[in-house]
Design a protein around this ligand. Sequence first.
Ligand code: HSE
Length: 352
Amino acid sequence: MLHKLAFIGFGVVGQGLAEILRDKREELKANHGFEAQIVAISDWNKGSLYHPEGLDINLLLETVQETGSLEAYPTSQGLKRDWDSIKTIKESNADTIVEVSYTNVETGQPAISHCEVAFTSGKNVVMTNKGPVALAYQKLTRLAEQHRVQWGFEGTVMSGTPTLRMPQLALVGNQMKEIRGILNGTTNYILTKMEEEEVSYETALKEAQALGFAEADPTSDVEGYDARYKVVILANHIMNVPLKVEDVSCQGITSITPELIRTARAEGKRWKLLASIKRGEEGKVVAKVAPEKVDLADSLAGIKGAINAIAYECDLVGTVTLSGAGAGKIETGYSLLIDLIHIAGNKQKVVM
Ligand code: HSE
């Protein structure tokens, strides 16, 4: 069955998914029976297009990459322009909304409203925006359930590295006693550069911004807020604990000086910004984000640069560690493809 998609936002991540759908069209059809068609794009800055019979992916990418806008996309019979995000979600014939809008990390808006409108209109949502999942997981999950639609957000933690599906599918039957991870690439990059090349904090941060993985406002990275959102998502979705953002203590890396880094090295240790969730006695859960001096023998000590890693401590199989990309155009675009393929193949589950 052809899976019709409406993109809300068409920035780096949305274009990453569109490139994958263009380049892997035949492979996805032959190997997974998965066929997708983009019927709409609504981007507050680049403009909007809707055609119920589908838009040409190659032309969309060429137009936006050459002109920075969708205005020059050729007009044809039945093509509508200028539909805003809400109209596109409500009135287009899409099966699934690809929610990759520019969203305020503190309020989760407008992405939370986009999810609400999509679910109540009977449409699935796949997204990489962390805010709505961290701030409204319980509410949005219930809403998706009520309307019998599906919600995927694999890319909210470690982009296309399957941080959410691996424990849910491959580690099924275990109870997670603890999750520890390096969940923010910007801060890991800064700490690695400060240690290995002895560059200043400011220089390392500028490099991370130039490489494109720092948030629009890097305060969210360096103060640990980005990692804290990811902790909340993991607690709710993987450990089934309805943790809220304010339940997670949070400290970033701004107090880590070159002197502290040298001292740790002399002790055979290394500073890492660790995110953790631990299930204690009587089910009490403690979650935090904080810089820690980890022993070089620790599986997380060797994770360098912008790479992320996560260790799941399971009651049956012991500790399983997963490392991989935590950001990137194609990597994060791919996380949306994982959600889409699962949605297309599973008509029963609500939260993918
Ligand atoms: N700013 C984030 C990071 C991007 O540095 O890891 C992915 O969430």
